[in-house]
Design a protein around this ligand. Structure first.
Ligand SMILES: *[C@@H]1O[C@H](CO)[C@@H](O)[C@H](O)[C@H]1NC(C)=O
Ligand SMILES: *[C@@H]1O[C@H](CO)[C@@H](O)[C@H](O)[C@H]1NC(C)=O
Ligand SMILES: *[C@@H]1O[C@H](CO)[C@@H](O)[C@H](O)[C@H]1NC(C)=O
Length: 186
């Protein structure tokens, strides 16, 4: 009797809980997961729009949603690092060595932010949510180092475009921290 129960259990585990192909009901259910998860984050609208932008969000679990958000944060950090490097190239045509130095430092910080997010993806894969949390916090902190670099030179104004990007990356990281809280509580 016991072994029959075990066999039934194993059989039920072998059958996927839902089919891979999307069905309207399933999509609705998963939109529910996105909404439920995003309600636990600081920026609900940003969270929902980011997750919906990746089609795989319709067929994944909470950890999968966190991974999608990590990918968005990485793309964001990398895009800003590239942007800052291009500003640095433009600054080379002027003789503003301070500006060049700061832009280089800022480009590096955004690269580190992307690296920290990449590390958090590995932590998620091994379900090390506390390490993932620490890495995402680090990623959110690197933009501050860029902002501080500008403050060290009173003659250099902090460009609004960099401020906008700083806020953008921090918000993505904040959303991610909210999703990690949900995962840690599961
Ligand atoms: C969607 O998210 C998955 C998992 O993080 C990622 O592998 C994939 O590249 C993303 N797709 C797009 C279009 O960004
Ligand atoms: C930068 O400095 C160099 C050397 O002092 C000078 O020859 C050059 O004309 C300067 N360039 C600009 C754009 O001011
Ligand atoms: C990064 O964030 C900024 C600010 O929210 C946004 O304008 C930009 O589109 C994002 N870039 C990427 C690649 O996600």
């Amino acid at each position: 009797m016991g072994s029959t129960m075990l066999l039934l259990l194993l059989l039920s585990l072998a059958i996927p809980p839902y089919s891979f192909h999307q069905q309207p009901v399933l999509v609705k259910a998963d939109m529910g997961l996105i909404q439920k998860t995003c309600k636990s984050t600081k920026y609900y609208d940003l969270c929902v729009s980011c997750l919906k932008s990746n089609a795989t969000s319709a067929n994944t679990d909470t950890r999968g949603l966190a991974l999608i958000m990590v990918g968005i944060g990485m793309a964001n950090a990398t895009a800003t690092s590239t942007y800052l490097s291009s500003l640095q190239v433009s600054a080379s045509t002027t003789n503003d060595t301070n500006l060049k130095k700061v832009l280089k430092e800022c480009a590096d910080k955004y690269t580190y932010a992307g690296d920290a997010l990449q590390d958090s993806a590995q932590d998620l894969a091994t379900e090390s949510y506390d390490y993932a949390y620490t890495n995402v916090q680090a990623a959110a902190d690197y933009p501050n180092a860029c902002h501080d670099a500008f403050k060290r030179y009173p003659g250099l104004a902090y460009p609004p475009e960099i401020a906008r990007r700083e806020t953008g990356l921090k918000r993505v990281c904040d959303v991610l921290l909210g999703i990690l809280d949900v995962l840690a509580d599961q």
